[in-house]
Design a protein around this ligand. Sequence first.
Ligand SMILES: O=C(O)CCC(=O)C(=O)O
Ligand SMILES: [Mn+2]
Length: 210
Amino acid sequence: MPILTEGVRHLPGLLDRAAQEALAEDIRAVVRDAPLFVPAMPRTGKEMSVRMTNCGPLGWVTDKERGYRYQDTHPVTGKPWPPIPARLMSLWDDVADYAAPPEACLVNFYAETARMGLHQDRDEEEFSAPVVSVSLGDACLFRVGGPKRGDRTVSVKLQSGDVVVLGGAGRLAFHGVDRIYPGTSTLFNSSGLNAPGRINLTLRRVTMPV
Ligand SMILES: O=C(O)CCC(=O)C(=O)O
Ligand SMILES: [Mn+2]
């Protein structure tokens, strides 16, 4: 199990093609219920290049006025988020090594030119739970460093079906997506989702279990 930087595990090909197709179908249903929205940076209101939605009791959202946060409803429809699909709950059980379930699954959709700058996931109360991240569709160039912004980074290509776990000393590692490689996957070709593109699913525990 390759370690990218301390506490950051890369599990290449953890999901086979059939599991990826089933998961893509689950996410299609999530997006029908909770449409992709356009996230905007705090204060500046600059739009991010990814499109997002969530499933689970809590969802991560961001906008100009109120910034990064978790909330229990979709910012556009006002409806509760749909539940996290069962196959993602069991993936968490398999890889998280954490007793309580995840509360949020952020769905990031990357069109061909979308990217995500280097950042930490730190809007949660609970940092003893790992962040579990799944890649579907086109490959991307993922970059990960240490807990300080200036730390040395390593880059790795993530393919459809790969899982990355940021846990322990890697929980607050800086990470980002430098680019997508359009047309490198056929997963979404027969789908209602825009192909090419990449979907990332990020499972997180937000609150401390009681
Ligand atoms: O797309 C990815 O692989 C990473 C996404 C991410 O870091 C995030 O949503 O916080
Ligand atoms: Mn992140």
